[in-house]
Design a protein around this ligand. Structure first.
Ligand code: UD1
Ligand code: CA
Length: 455
């Protein structure tokens, strides 16, 4: 069992977000703020994670929906010390507790590991930071001799000289549990905000001869909290810049690193290039030499080497093989599996279908619930009519089929190997192999017909 407990404070209201959604549920890079904190906490392999929630009632636990977390309700919210006090029955009697904030999403694992490494059963480890403008934060007060930390004062309670201090409390700290059990019940709310301040445990540590240590994060943004939409937007940009920077470092070509959004994880092979305004969601994998054109959205998709995605394509929950050509304006929906060298052109929608090597649907088609063989050519405007109003049915198109333009395939239906379908046909029965099948009215001409004229 790990000696580490983690508490995530997430009960606050977030008034300045001007939203009914609890602050920690607002998304950064496509997932709730608190989910970032949880993901970071989990990589530290703690023995337990407690989350203190309050504002928004059961919505936070419902949305996060994780039974392995210990959910502790704080109602009413009477300060950070009061919040931590609610978790006390769940915390171990030994070991240490890392305190994190549900609205501080980007703290790195490295910074937290460094902080934890300085902690011990008899050391209170604080994460602090020097800021040019420390306003709004609790200030770190150090002794004039020895310069050890002796207190944290909140801005609202700070004296004139304490206001000048530029070292601030990020709020993140590691506290020895044996002392936490002793200190928290003794906190008082005799301060300007009538709150139980967690920060008051620093003075208690000094009184009890517990060493107080201060570590700094590598980057200031790691400890930025979100209080407003402005700060949320700013931190989103920082996150995206960092992510784009990592891709560039790996050798990915980005036409403009400030115009890409990664909301999940993007794995790239060598010589991948991505044009502007693309969004990647969930887990996306791009093989060697894949090129993604401008304004594409790719979600939970795997694309193999050499494939090119032309602009304005939307691809979701799909697997795409090697050397395919997709788009522009292709829509590939969940359950699509394309083999190698498949061409999907403009205004083609594909859903829950597999298409084998070398087949093409280059213009204006809907292919749903279909199995398409090799070297098939699907003409412009072809529609698989997969839905009868109640149920979905399958279309099977075998190898080397040629489907003429503007064909409707009324599923369930099979077009057998090597068949050709005449343009404009409505196919309701099996089209036999190696034959021409067509179902359109014979062309006729009426020579003395007159166009109607306006009265
Ligand atoms: C706190 C620190 C301050 C530090 C700052 C960093 C205290 C007393 N002060 O101040 O030194 O510089 O963070 O941002 O700790 N929360 C609860 N329950 C509560 C109150 C707060 O869960 O009753 C949660 C909030 O949801 C938030 C976090 O604790 O995630 C911090 O609360 P906040 O009110 O923002 O603290 P600050 O006053 O900014
Ligand atoms: Ca705050």
């Amino acid at each position: 069992m790990s000696r580490l407990n983690v508490v995530i404070l997430a009960a606050g209201l977030g008034k300045r977000m001007h939203s009914t959604l609890p602050k920690v549920l607002h998304p950064l890079a496509g997932k709730p703020l608190i989910s970032h904190v949880l993901a970071t906490a989990r990589t530290l392999l703690p023995g337990k994670i407690c989350v203190v929630y309050g504002y928004g009632g059961e919505l936070v636990p419902q949305v996060i929906n994780d039974d392995e977390l210990i959910w502790v309700k704080q109602d009413p919210q009477m300060g950070t010390g009061h919040a931590l006090l609610q978790t006390l029955p769940h915390l171990d009697s030994n070991g240490v507790t890392l305190v994190l904030y549900g609205d501080v999403p980007l703290t790195s694992v490295e910074t937290l590991k460094k902080l934890i490494a300085t902690s011990a059963e008899s050391i209170l480890a604080l994460l602090t930071l020097e800021l040019d403008d420390p306003s709004g934060y609790g200030r770190i007060v150090r002794s004039s001799e020895g310069h050890g930390v002796i207190a944290i004062v909140e801005e609202k309670d700070a004296s004139e000289s304490e206001h000048q201090i530029c070292e601030i409390n990020t709020g993140i700290m590691v506290v020895p549990n044996q002392f936490l059990h002793n200190w928290l019940p003794k906190l008082e709310n005799k301060n300007s905000q009538k709150e139980y301040y967690l920060t008051d445990i620093v003075k208690m540590a000094v009184t009890d001869g517990v060493k107080v240590d201060a570590t700094h994060p590598e980057h200031a943004w790691e400890t930025l909290g979100i209080n407003s939409k402005v700060q949320l937007a700013a931190l989103e940009r920082i996150y995206q810049d960092e992510t784009a920077g990592r891709l560039l470092d790996q050798g990915v070509t980005l036409s403009d690193p400030s115009r890409i959004d990664i909301r999940g994880q993007l794995f790239c092979g060598s010589d991948v290039s991505i044009d502007i305004n693309c969004i990647f969601e969930g887990a996306v994998q791009l093989g060697d030499g894949v090129r993604v054109g401008a304004n594409c959205i790719l979600k939970n998709t795997k694309i193999q080497a050499g494939t090119q995605i032309a602009p304005f394509s939307l691809i979701e929950d799909a697997e795409i093989g090697k050397d395919c050509r997709i788009g522009p304006y292709a829509r590939i929906r969940p359950g699509t599996h394309l083999s190698d060298e498949v061409h999907i052109g403009n205004f083609v929608e594909i859903k829950n279908s597999s298409i084998s090597t070398g087949s093409k649907a280059n213009h204006l088609s809907y292919i749903g619930d279909s199995i398409v063989g090799k070297n098939v050519n699907i003409g412009a405007g072809t529609i698989t009519c997969n839905y009868d109003g109640a149920n979905k049915h399958q279309t099977i198109i075998e190898d080397n089929v040629f489907i003429g333009s503007d064909t409707q395939l009324i599923a369930p239906v099979t077009v057998a190997k090597g068949a050709t379908i005449g343009a404009g046909s409505t196919i309701t029965k099996t089209a036999p192999p190696e034959s021409l099948t067509l179902s359109r009215a014979k062309q006729m001409s009426i020579s003395n017909w007159k166009r109607p004229v306006k009265k």
